[in-house]
Design a protein around this ligand. Structure first.
Ligand code: GLC
Length: 492
């Protein structure tokens, strides 16, 4: 039974890379009216909420993740009125809107950074320590006017905020309320694990020998004091009805450490589980991570799973090498697990990573352009976009007209998962196969191997198979799966 107070537990989230999703005015990049014009599609697909990558004004040194005003909308994307209209129209369709919040750093063009009264809002040192930027090179740059070094865990154009400062904390609590009051259902919190740095700015330990040596990021992220910030934010989220959701970009490899971001249901509702996203498409490896989260998180916690996002290679390429059978298996497990799945725009089509020639690279920070290409709405490109299109063979128009397509398959999965109970029990399976029960009787089974295999103890009717033809087949005890085949079986 769906419970409105914890609506995200039954939800499918859909990440929209705003710049590349839908362009209403034809100026070559996506915008908020564009997203609004695609709400019919999102409703048809069956998603419950959308997460928009940063919509704030930004000089775009890191494509929106360098914010110069936390209370505005980037003119490329529209206005606050456009956002209000999007939230309202989405609401009519029972689609909630989450936005990205980037509290770890600002743009160097943010007025705070040049305001002498706000010097202590940033992190300064007379002598840099050994921290390295996540984008390479030292994490410190000398400020020509101030004469001291400022910290930037990312680009020099992204100075890190000083979260030891009460001014910064108060400001962001205002920011949360500002957007929550506008009807924003929650935030995806950028670099959520890194806001607080070691107060003494100690050097990170260097581990490994000689050429293999690397910095262990002990003091510039995942500090214990970060949790207090989220406890405060959670109290703010709880002041709203329905409670606003905190989805954290938590790059924390250790599952026990990661679970601390959930806390005792008093921090982030949904800390992202990157060990899953970065694993191989391998039954043993993925199931170990899923079981590991069950062990590490409190029983009432709720996981969140994704295969793609704007920073990594899209899963249809990375996990599946473009193979349709594998893509369907990946979609089935992503949408079948106990937890909240996030689809990245285009995942529902099996949209692949795009090769971008070096001369066209726009992401100077990290070469992530190939995961950020325009949503393929039609078989031919309608106009020039800020970034090139990929192969348009998989496109919404054609796939929507073909009920055997992966787009329809994804839509059917979204419908089928509504019948799942919230519990999950893993079944014994042959090697390469991963299967589990949702509630008492629904079964999700995927064969991620090259051999045919049998899953025992399954009763019911195939609601949906990765190979279309098996829908409706009755299963009495044993579910046979071919290589790279999956099925959702529901009671008769
Ligand atoms: C997050 C974002 C990424 C950005 C970085 C710095 O990891 O997802 O796109 O470059 O933060 O803000």
């Amino acid at each position: 039974m769906s419970d409105e107070r914890v609506w995200w537990r039954d939800a499918v989230l859909y990440q929209i890379y705003v710049r590349s999703f839908a362009d209403a005015n034809g100026d070559g990049h996506g915008d908020l009216p564009g997203i609004r014009s695609k709400l019919d599609y999102l409703e048809w697909l069956g998603v419950d909420a959308i997460w928009l990558t940063p919509i704030n004004p930004s000089p775009n040194a890191d494509w929106g993740y360098d914010v110069s005003d936390f209370y505005g909308v980037h003119p490329d994307y529209g206005t606050l009125d456009d956002l209000d209209a999007l939230v309202a129209d989405a609401g009519v369709r029972e689609i909630k809107v989450l936005i990205d919040l980037v509290p770890n750093h600002t743009s160097s063009a943010h007025p705070w950074f040049s305001d002498p009264a706000k010097r202590d809002w940033y992190v300064w040192a007379d002598k840099p320590n050994n921290w390295r930027s996540a984008f390479g090179g030292p994490a410190w740059t000398k400020h020509p006017d101030v004469g001291r070094y400022y910290l930037h865990n990312f680009l020099p154009e992204q100075p890190d905020l000083n979260w030891w400062s009460d001014g910064v904390r108060k400001e962001f609590e205002e920011t949360l309320r500002f957007w929550f009051d506008r009807g924003i259902a929650g935030f995806r919190i950028d670099v959520a694990h890194a806001l607080i740095k070691d107060e003494q700015l100690r050097d990170n330990p260097i581990v490994g020998k000689a050429k293999e040596s690397r910095e262990e990021r002990v003091y510039n992220m995942n500090r214990p004091e970060v949790h207090e910030i989220y406890r405060r934010w959670r109290r703010i989220a709880r002041d709203y009805d329905p409670e606003r959701v905190l989805l954290g970009e938590t790059w924390v490899p250790n599952l026990a450490e990661l679970a601390k971001y959930y806390g005792g249901d008093d921090e982030l509702h949904l800390p992202m589980i990157f060990p899953f996203t970065l694993a191989q498409l391998d039954a043993a490896e993925l199931s170990e991570i899923v079981e590991g989260t069950v062990q590490a998180f409190p029983a009432e916690a709720w996981p969140v799973w994704c295969g793609s996002n704007h920073d990594i290679v899209r899963f249809p390429t990375r996990w599946c090498g473009g193979d349709e059978a594998k893509i369907r298996c990946a979609l089935m497990l992503l949408l079948g697990l106990r937890g909240t799945p996030i689809l990245y725009y285009g995942d529902e089509l099996g949209m692949e990573q795009v090769e971008i020639p070096a001369s066209e690279q726009l992401d100077t920070a990290h070469s992530r352009d190939g995961a950020r290409t325009p949503m393929p709405w039609t078989p031919t490109a309608d106009h020039e976009w800020w970034i090139r299109h990929g192969d348009l063979t998989r496109n919404v128009e054609d796939m929507r007209g073909d009920e055997t397509s992966t787009l329809w398959f994804t839509r059917e999965l979204l419908a089928a998962r509504r019948e799942f109970a919230q519990t999950m029990t893993t079944l014994d399976t042959p090697e390469g196969v991963w299967a589990w029960r949702r509630g008492e009787s629904a079964v999700v089974a995927v064969n991620l191997g090259e051999q045919s295999a049998a899953v025992r103890g399954v009763q019911g009717r195939i609601r949906l198979g990765t190979r279309g033809a098996r829908g409706g087949e009755s299963i009495d005890g044993t579910l046979q799966l071919g290589p790279w085949e999956g099925a959702v079986v529901l009671p008769q």
